[in-house]
Each structure stands twice: as structure tokens, then as C-alpha cells.
Design a protein around this ligand. Structure first.
Ligand code: CS2
Length: 490
């Protein structure tokens, strides 16, 4: 048994491993983060690690809302963990020390509330995934009948949802006469700041209207664009990290070298000097966010559904297929780029850099992982772009093939008849739609288009869009993914 990564073993790590240069004993929490998954630990926590030498007052208390496994893995190692930046040139290991404590929300509600209401907590950041906002993905507004919201309305002192926790903490801060914290959404949602604001104020309205007014007047919800590709950690990653750092790390994160964070500079109660850590602080994040969601995530989801169905396990394998590569390149060049309003960015260069990132052969990013929660992702990744293209009378055939690929995937049966374990909050409904309609592509397309949480009401009513989806889905059934993509890009 090798030693475990910890404050004690930190000093003895190999030279090549970057470790915190600041005194961890001086770090005080200033941020509470909800959703301490791999993405947060490879992204925001790294930027904060860059800041702590100059200002130790911005340590992070992490909270998992669902599972205790991150807390259990990190507690014995003083909440230290390794971030591995990996590409074809090898691994760069860095130990991150910005996490001062990790809590599990259900098991330590009092501890979490204490952290959320502490005067020193000036920012509460979130990576709770799209579905964690308990909103209607098509409209962005709170779903009052979402099971977690129903629970939180009935049990306001023991909230389960992220909006419920934020409302409870803000209510308590108001009662204590404390300044509010800034709510910093770091999820891949369109206008993530105002989406977070909408669900928090929406829930507060249902619970306590004067509180809702206070939140509206006092709390800042800046928008952010976050970008770093972070596949789920595997046991093989744990072994590689142990070999590289000479001690055991129960939960390292493996990512790509690239990282980007753009934040709207609007905070209610102070902020770290993020700009010193490489963050772009801007007045308006929307053009960056739209560029990233439509170019990167739109391509990712398209590659995930079509790639998975065509038998490609990873993004690098899928983008290595000449036809899928041509499809994604055309999707970005011809269909997404004309809809973007970002200025001062070389978009062909951005596109080529994305394709090179997808190519990263050392990063095993599974198409199955990206395919998860498609009902929550499609609106901002593909459908918004399609709406813009429809309005402009312009083509959207590659984007529509991504949507048809999603439909084929969520039937839960692949091209060889094998079952797909579809992970999505709407999975049972999507599967039963297929069971009711059967393999009749035009009817199936129409039935899926009637799912309003995904498509709204406008797209199902648009003849041009529906007929394109029917055609694509028919081709996916009749000729298979490979031949369909091939004939589209030929
Ligand atoms: C991916 C994203 O899983 C997914 O849906 O598209 O997590 C993607 O890797 C990140 O947004 C990259 O910044």
C-alpha cells in the first residue's frame, strides 16, 4: 500500500508535480460550491488555486447534493486532489489545494447551512448540471411541479434542490441582517446567470414574496461561460496518477490542457481578482456563451448521438471518422457561425481549435457520457441555432441530423437491436413514446417533436423543420447512421 495524498505527503511529491505554493493553513473559505463534480474540480477550483497565494480568503467549501463519494474520497487526503492535463504529449499533474472541506448536503445539512450563511461566504457557485435547475429547458422557467421543488415547498427547512438551498440560505442571511452572496452559475445553460436568477426568485415567490423582492433587489447572478473538457475519472486514471505522483489519490480528475472562463463582472459582495488567474472579466457574456454552446456543445451532442450509434466509443474515435468530421465541420462553418454575434474572435480558428480538442487521442471522452440528459441539452445546443436559421431562411440540415440522432438514440435500442441505457430525466417517457409508436420514423419524429419541454410549440408547428427531421430519422432507420452521414457530406 502506498501512502495517500495529504498535507503530510505533499512535500515529498516528485519535482514535476506542481503543488500549492501557499500555506493551506491560512486559507479561509469565501466560496461555497454546490456540485463538486469532476468539472468543478478541474475548472473553477483550479482558477481559485491560482489566486490563493495572493488572497487566502477565497477557499472553497464544496457540497455534493446527491452522493457522498467525493467527500469520502477527499476527506482522508485533506481535500487535496490531482488535476491531470492530458494530451498526446503526455500528462501534466498538478495538486489542487483550494478545497477546504467537502460536505454531503443531505448528511450535513446544518454544516452546509452554516457555510452558506457565514458572513465570509461571499460567493455561492454552482455546477449542478442542466437538470439541477428544475426548470423547463425549452422556456428556462422554474417547474413548480418538479418533484424536488414540490419537496422543497413542503419542507423549506430541509431543501433538496439547488434553488431550494439557495432560497433557504438567502432567507436566513436576510433574517440575520447579513449581506447576500453572489450566485455564480457555472453550468452549460443559455444565460446561466438569469436562468439561475429566474428559478431562485421563482421559488422564493412561491414561498415568501417579500424575500423574493429582497433577492431581486440585492442578489447578483452574473453569467459565465465555462469551458474545459473533463471526462469521468476511471480506475486506469487512478493508477496512472498513483504512478506519476508516488502516492494514492482516490479521486483525481483528468482533463485537457485547454481551459477558459468568461465571467460577467457583476458581483454583489466582493470577488477574487479572477483576472489575475486568467479569467476574462467582461460586461456581456452572452456572445461568448452562445458561441461555446452552439459550436462546442452543439458539435459534441451531434457527435455523441451519431457517434455512439455508429459504434464509436469516444469523441476522438468519432471525429476520426472522415464523414462525421466533415459533418461537424460543416455544421460549425455553414450553420452555426452565421448565427453568432461574438466580435473580435477568429471563428474559423475557434472551430479548428475545437476539432483539434475533439481529436485529443489521449482523452477518453465517452460519447455515452455526453449523450446523457439530452432533453436538457438540445434546446441550447442545437434548437436555438435551428430557430435562428429558420428565421433567416437558411439551411440547417446538419443540425437537424444531430436532433434526429438524439431521437434515434432515446428510443433506447441501437442499430443492432441492443438496448441503450438512456440516462435522462425524461428517459421513461421518451422510451414509452417509442414503444407506443414503434419503428415508424415519420410518426416517431412527430411524437418526439410534441415533447414541449424540449421543442416548445413552435418547432413542431414548423413544416420545414418537421419534414427535415422526418426525412433524417427515416434515413437513420433505413440506411443506418454511417450511410446517412456519408450521403449528407458527399
Ligand atoms: C459535454 C460538456 O458532457 C457534455 O455534455 O458537451 O461537458 C463539455 O465537455 C464541456 O461543456 C466542455 O466545456
Amino acid at each position: 500500500m502506498t501512502d495517500r495524498l495529504s498535507n503530510r505527503t505533499l512535500g515529498g511529491l516528485p519535482e514535476a508535480v506542481r503543488v500549492p505554493t501557499y500555506d493551506r493553513d491560512r486559507v479561509r473559505p469565501g466560496i461555497v460550491h454546490l456540485g463538486v463534480g469532476a468539472f468543478h474540480r478541474a475548472h473553477q477550483a483550479v482558477y481559485v488555486d491560482n489566486i490563493l497565494a495572493d488572497d487566502p480568503s477565497w477557499g472553497i467549501v464544496g457540497a455534493s447534493l446527491r452522493r457522498p463519494d467525493t467527500r469520502d474520497a477527499l476527506a482522508p487526503q485533506d481535500d487535496l486532489y490531482t488535476v491531470v492535463a492530458r494530451d498526446q504529449n503526455g500528462d501534466q499533474c498538478r495538486v489542487i489545494g483550494s478545497m477546504t472541506r467537502v460536505l454531503q448536503a443531505d448528511e450535513d445539512r446544518a454544516g452546509l447551512m452554516t457555510a452558506l450563511t457565514a458572513a465570509d461566504t461571499r460567493i455561492v457557485s454552482l455546477t449542478v448540471t442542466e437538470k439541477g435547475y428544475c426548470h423547463d429547458p425549452a422556456t428556462g422557467t422554474l417547474l413548480p411541479d418538479h418533484p424536488d421543488i414540490v419537496h422543497d415547498l413542503a419542507n423549506p427547512e430541509a431543501p433538496k434542490s439547488a434553488p431550494g438551498l439557495l432560497v433557504a440560505a438567502l432567507a436566513e442571511r436576510r433574517r440575520l441582517g447579513r449581506a447576500p452572496f453572489t450566485v455564480l452559475s457555472c453550468d452549460n445553460l443559455p444565460a446561466n446567470g438569469s436562468t439561475a436568477r429566474g428559478v431562485v426568485i421563482g421559488l422564493a415567490h412561491l414561498m415568501d414574496p417579500p424575500l423574493a423582492d429582497w433577492i431581486e433587489a440585492q442578489v447578483a447572478f452574473p453569467a459565465t461561460m465555462i469551458d474545459r473538457i473533463v471526462p469521468a475519472t476511471t480506475d486506469a486514471d487512478r493508477e496512472t496518477v498513483a504512478a506519476a505522483i508516488g502516492v494514492t489519490d482516490a479521486w483525481p480528475v483528468v482533463t485537457e490542457p485547454f481551459s477558459q472562463w468568461v465571467i460577467e463582472d457583476r458581483f454583489a459582495n466582493g470577488r477574487p481578482r479572477f483576472e489575475d488567474a486568467g479569467v476574462q472579466m467582461v460586461a456581456d457574456v452572452a456572445p461568448f456563451e452562445e458561441m461555446k454552446l452552439r459550436m462546442l456543445n452543439g458539435s459534441h451532442s451531434t457527435l455523441a448521438y451519431l457517434g455512439y450509434l455508429a459504434g464509436f466509443e469516444t469523441v476522438s474515435a468519432a471525429i476520426g471518422d472522415p464523414a462525421l468530421r466533415a459533418l461537424v465541420k460543416r455544421l460549425m462553418t455553414d450553420e452555426v457561425t452565421p448565427t453568432l454575434s461574438v466580435s473580435g474572435i477568429d471563428l474559423p480558428g475557434y472551430r479548428d481549435a475545437l476539432i483539434a480538442r475533439f481529436d485529443n487521442p489521449a482523452l477518453k471522452h465517452r460519447t455515452y457520457q455526453i449523450a446523457m440528459d439530452g432533453s436538457q441539452k438540445l434546446p441550447q445546443r442545437l434548437l436555438g441555432t435551428i430557430r435562428d436559421r429558420l428565421a433567416a431562411g437558411a439551411s440547417f440540415t446538419c443540425l437537424a441530423l444531430g436532433v434526429a440522432g438524439w431521437m434515434r438514440y432515446v428510443t433506447g435500442v441501437d442499430e443492432s437491436g441492443a438496448r441503450i441505457d438512456v440516462q435522462d430525466p425524461l428517459a421513461p417517457r421518451l422510451r414509452s413514446i417509442h414503444e407506443a409508436v414503434g419503428d415508424d420514423p415519420p410518426a416517431l419524429a412527430r411524437a418526439y417533436l410534441a415533447v414541449e419541454e424540449v421543442f416548445g410549440t413552435d418547432l413542431a408547428a414548423n413544416a420545414e423543420f418537421t419534414s427535415m427531421i422526418e426525412r433524417h430519422l427515416s434515413s437513420l432507420y433505413r440506411h443506418g447512421v454511417k450511410a446517412t452521414v456519408q450521403s449528407l457530406v458527399a
